[in-house]
Design a protein around this ligand. Structure first.
Ligand code: NSP
Length: 215
């Protein structure tokens, strides 16, 4: 079995908990209170900037120019494409862009940046993979299970369930599998550990949004 399939199985209890979270259920039916979405969006703005920095760092450390380019494009997309979504919500709902980074976001972005800077390249690639894969899976899940009718959060859902994001996710998984195949069992195990940690941090990011958790 490929590293990615095996690792997704490992985190499936976390993923199953994520799709049952009130944040996700209420995002799906559009009933999520605006205040919670605004909190999430303001934190996610800081997240995306730093996720972009982590991706650019991984790009700079890539073993070849093809993967370097791919990660630099991922970084560009995180900053430009995903942030554009935020901007439209900022305007629509009056969210302040420069919010104080709260604990769940702080933990996550510092985990990503320190792993990208200091850990093995393979481990760094695995650490950023849940940011792609879990969002795609959640976007698809919501799209498949939501009821007909207006949803304030539809643009968010469409971005992550969309084809363009799907292509990036497939590429990120493929790169991780290629690196996992060539590396040692020890580093492969640490890749899995980083993937599990980031998946848990995804859970906590949404949980903090729902409970408006601050310092
Ligand atoms: C916390 C988080 N994780 C992942 C994504 C999708 N790149 C996001 N926008 N925010």
């Amino acid at each position: 079995m490929s590293w990615s399939k095996d690792t997704w199985q490992t985190i499936s209890p976390i993923y199953n908990r994520i799709i049952k979270m009130p944040f996700i259920e209420e995002l799906m039916d559009g009933s999520l209170p605006l205040e919670k979405f605004q909190f999430y969006m303001s934190q996610d703005s800081a997240y995306l900037e730093n996720f972009g920095r982590a991706l650019a760092l991984i790009g700079a450390r890539a073993y070849d120019t093809q993967n370097m380019l791919t990660f630099l494009q991922f970084a560009e997309n995180a900053i430009i494409v995903e942030s554009a979504l935020h901007e439209s919500y900022f305007k629509e709902f009056g969210v302040s862009e420069k919010a104080i980074v709260q604990p769940a976001c702080h933990h996550y972005i510092n985990f990503l940046k320190s792993t990208a800077a200091l850990d093995n390249l393979e481990v760094a690639m695995a650490a950023v993979l849940p940011c792609f894969w879990i969002y795609k899976a959640v976007g698809d899940y919501i799209l498949e299970n939501q009821k007909d009718g207006e949803n304030t959060y539809q643009a968010w859902i469409d971005t992550y369930a969309g084809e363009e994001f799907g292509e990036a996710v497939t590429k990120a998984i493929q790169i991780c599998d290629e690196h996992a195949e060539k590396t040692t069992p020890q580093i492969r195990a640490r890749m899995t550990e980083a993937f599990v940690t980031a998946s848990n941090l995804e859970y906590h990011f949404w949980d903090a949004g729902y409970s408006l958790r601050t310092w």
